[in-house]
Design a protein around this ligand. Structure first.
Ligand SMILES: [Ca+2]
Length: 321
């Protein structure tokens, strides 16, 4: 069984990503590390605990990491994820999960000092991973692969933009995870990790949670499946605006489930098509933008996914929870 650590900032799509890993018979989730991102660190930590509680796996350790990016101010997205960061999870259980004393960067530094067989999945700003690398640069040699949800290598399919967030008056876009902490992203890209797999917004905005998927999840007809569908079908204002042209009806819960795609890649890489491309992180103007540059780091860029097989994986995992 492939071992995984997931660095996250839950987030509805993070929660689904974690549940996808927990329900899969092909991967084993060793730990979660949490960073401030979609919501503040405390909210993200509570949401990680709720997700582990929903799956009834309170023994999985959760390490709390950085509350803010390396240099920039944290920008949270209440308009998308709700005040708690996990709107729609109000009915989820919250078990008494042991607090870990180690910080997330310290845990990552320690675990990769001795282990070289645990794949790392990064579905949040890269702050924790950059801090771990700064503590001990040798750990990058022991990360067998780093699968990142972040960036946007080609225009995303909904608006044809190169991201989903803009911090400048020219309204030039970059993808949220990279734009929020571009310094950390740059450190991680240049850390010498053997294999970086990148799932950008151009892929994640092509596999949307919609009415049909909602129906398939509810058809599983377990308490957990309904609680998961309730969480996923809660749409934030920004998502609603983004996807309103795609809606089949006013009640169609269209939502991107970005982070789940990264976990799916670790579970079933054969359902994806990829291309090795040299990438750089833009550090001037629109910081955090992904640029194809011949002097960049070679990255395994995910170019497409078999949608049916992707959603089959999700359904299968939720059945197994
Ligand atoms: Ca996330």
């Amino acid at each position: 069984m492939k071992k995984l650590i997931i660095d996250c900032d839950p987030g509805q799509d993070d929660a689904l990503a974690i549940l996808l890993a927990l329900g899969s018979k092909k991967v084993c989730l060793e730990a979660l590390t949490v960073v401030g991102g979609n919501s503040g660190l405390e909210n993200c930590y509570t949401n990680a605990k709720k997700t582990i509680s929903l799956a009834n796996k309170p023994f999985i350790p959760i390490y709390k990491g950085s509350s803010k990016p390396l240099v920039q101010k944290l920008v949270t997205l209440e308009q998308v994820f709700g005040k708690s960061g996990l709107q729609g999870s109000e009915e989820w259980p919250l078990l008494d999960i042991q607090t870990q004393k180690k910080s997330a960067p310290k845990f990552l530094t320690d675990v990769y000092h001795t282990s070289s067989d645990i794949s790392l999945i990064a579905i949040a700003p890269q702050t924790n991973i950059a801090l771990a690398y700064q503590k001990n640069p040798l750990i990058s040699q022991n990360i067998p692969s780093l699968t990142i949800m972040g960036g946007c290598v080609f225009p995303e399919p909904i608006h044809g933009l190169m991201g989903n967030i803009s911090f400048d008056e020219n309204k030039t876009y970059a993808e949220y995870n990279f734009a929020v902490d571009p310094e950390a992203t740059q450190i991680v890209f240049n850390a010498g990790i053997k294999k970086i797999n990148l799932i950008g917004l151009d892929i994640t905005r092509d596999v949307l949670y919609n009415q049909e998927v909602d129906k398939s999840i509810r058809l599983i007809n377990t308490l957990k499946s309904h609680l998961i569908a309730d969480m996923l079908s809660t749409i934030g204002k920004e998502d609603e605006e983004d996807y309103k042209n795609l809606k089949q009806s006013k009640t169609d819960p269209v939502r991107a489930i970005h982070d789940a795609v990264a976990v799916a890649y670790e579970i079933e890489p054969d359902i994806f098509k990829t291309e090795m491309l040299p990438l750089k992180i833009n550090m001037t103007g629109t910081k955090g933008r992904t640029i194809i540059d011949e002097n960049g780091v070679m990255v395994n860029v995910i170019r497409s996914v078999n949608k049916k097989e992707f959603f089959d994986l999700i359904i299968e995992s939720i059945k197994n929870l």
